[in-house]
Design a protein around this ligand. Structure first.
Ligand code: TYC
Length: 143
C-alpha cells in the first residue's frame, strides 16, 4: 500500500487503492511542518509545477482576559463563595480565600479566559446575582 501525491495544478491524477481503504483528496494548499507547497503558477522554480516557499509566520495567540470580581458592602459572603464554586470550579476552601481577598482588597481575579469565555462568565455571574437581588459586580479586562 503506498500513497502518491501530485500537487501540480491542472494535472489529472489516477489513484488506485485496495478495497475497503478510504481515499481522501485535498484540493488547495498543502501545509507541511516546515514548508508550504504552493500551487501558484508564478512561484514555480522549474517545470515540475512545484514550488517550496518558507512557511508564513504563525498566527498570534488569542488575547486572554481576566474575569474580575468587585467588592461591595451588601452581597453576602456565602453568596460570593457559591458564585466562585459554581461558575469558576473552585472548591469551598479556594472560593473562601478568593472571596476574602476581594473583600479586603476591593477586587480580585477569579480566572483568565479567552474573550468569549470571559464574556460568558461575566454575563452568568451578573445575571445570577441580579436574579438573587444582590449587587455583586463582575467585569473583565485584558490580561
Ligand atoms: N463585602 C461583602 C460583605 O462583607 C462580601 C463580598 C465579597 C462582596 C466579595 C462582594 O465581590 C465581593 N458581605
Amino acid at each position: 500500500m503506498y500513497r502518491q501525491y501530485d500537487y501540480r495544478p491542472h494535472v489529472a491524477t489516477a489513484v488506485t487503492c485496495e478495497p475497503d481503504t478510504q481515499l481522501v483528496i485535498s484540493i488547495g494548499l498543502i501545509y507541511t511542518d516546515e514548508y508550504v507547497v504552493s500551487n501558484h503558477k508564478e512561484d514555480t522554480d522549474d517545470d515540475s509545477g512545484l514550488a517550496i516557499e518558507e512557511k508564513r509566520p504563525d498566527l498570534k495567540p488569542p488575547k486572554q482576559y481576566k474575569v474580575v470580581l468587585i467588592n461591595d458592602d451588601y452581597t453576602p459572603m456565602e453568596f460570593v463563595v457559591q458564585i466562585l464554586m459554581t461558575f469558576f470550579g473552585m472548591d469551598h476552601a479556594k472560593a473562601t480565600r478568593v472571596m476574602m481577598a476581594v473583600h479586603t482588597k476591593g477586587r480580585g481575579v477569579c480566572g483568565i479566559f479567552s474573550h468569549e469565555i470571559a464574556e460568558t462568565k461575566v454575563e452568568q455571574v451578573n445575571e445570577f446575582s441580579r436574579l438573587n437581588q444582590h449587587p455583586l459586580l463582575c467585569t473583565m479586562e485584558e490580561a
